[in-house]
Write a protein that binds this ligand. Structure first.
Ligand SMILES: Nc1ncnc2c1ncn2[C@@H]1O[C@H](COP(=O)(O)OP(=O)(O)O)[C@@H](O)[C@H]1O
Ligand SMILES: [Mg+2]
Length: 269
């Protein structure tokens, strides 16, 4: 822990190898909610699709320095971070260049530590952020491994659907492997249930199952399915800016305060 309370940088990686479970939506809106309560926040987009960058209004042509450059060690965190329309929120955008990264650094030693080293250097030099959130691609590839190796903890979005638990054990196994090999202090920050539809009986059953299987690891906050949340990215805005009052935005604001509370407990422990 940092000597100056509250000045240490917390790195949370948002991962699930399944696509479409709400990783990017969670990354954007959680980052926005943390920024809104005054936390200096950086979102690192590690998905070649770049949906987090687009959802924060960063045009493709403006991504001159990206997460690819950071992982290639040709740009620092400070050089790659771009301001967004949200005060206190910066983003390191991604480009399709990331698709080639795995091949390009396949033989390099320490290739799993590229992001960690860049963030660590940043923390030592000029810690401009309280929170760093990393949005991962939908696979357990070198990009996700970099994100896990760099993180203090993992946040897993889990869609409220029948097969939710199936992919979770594979993900937890990967977290375990990363802990054994690359990052012994990595912990599971929590599991957030997303796209909950109260009219669907199955969804309620999934919530019960996930809670009984994962217990304390599951956040109290559940993110409802909410059309405003899915509309927002096409306006290049986080849902919280697009419609702060909608149920989805409100849920993400609650999730942010729950996360801050968990962080406090970690600090106190
Ligand atoms: N709470 C929600 N309510 C409605 N639609 C959502 C919600 N969360 C995510 N979506 C939509 O579901 C799709 C997948 O979400 P996304 O965050 O991109 O998942 P991932 O990053 O895991 O692939 C997107 O079209 C997104 O807008
Ligand atoms: Mg995504």
């Amino acid at each position: 822990m940092d000597m100056v309370a509250g000045r240490s940088m917390r790195i949370i990686t948002i991962a699930n190898q399944k696509g479409g479970v709400g990783k990017t939506t969670t990354a954007i809106n959680l980052a926005t909610a943390l920024a809104a309560i005054g936390k200096r926040t950086l979102l690192v987009d590690l998905d070649p699709q770049g949906n987090a960058s687009t959802g924060l209004g960063i045009e493709k042509d403006d991504r001159e320095v990206s997460s690819y450059d950071v992982l290639m060690e040709t740009a620092s965190i400070t050089e790659a971070a771009m301001p967004t329309a949200v005060p206190n929120l910066s983003v390191i955008a991604s480009t399709l260049d990331l698709l080639g990264l795995e091949m390009e650094i396949a033989g390099a030693t320490g290739r799993a530590y590229r992001l960690r080293d860049a963030l660590h250097f940043h923390q030592v030099e000029t810690p401009l952020f309280d929170f760093v959130l990393v949005d991962c691609p939908p696979s357990l590839n070198l990009l996700t491994i970099n994100a896990m190796a760099a993180a203090d903890s993992i946040l897993v979005p889990l869609q409220c659907e029948f097969f939710a638990l199936e992919g979770l054990s594979q993900l937890l196994q990967t977290v375990e492997q990363v802990r054994d090999s690359l990052n012994p202090t990595l912990d599971l920050h929590g599991i957030v249930l997303t796209m909950y539809d109260g009219r669907n009986n199955l969804a309620a059953q999934v919530v019960r199952d996930v809670r009984s299987y994962m217990g304390e690891h599951v956040y109290d906050t559940i993110i409802p399915r909410n059309v405003r949340v899915s509309e927002a990215p096409s306006f290049g805005k986080p849902a919280i800016l697009y419609d702060m009052k909608c149920s989805g935005s409100q849920a993400y604001i609650r999730l942010a305060s729950e996360i801050i509370q968990r962080e406090r407990r970690l600090v106190a422990a």
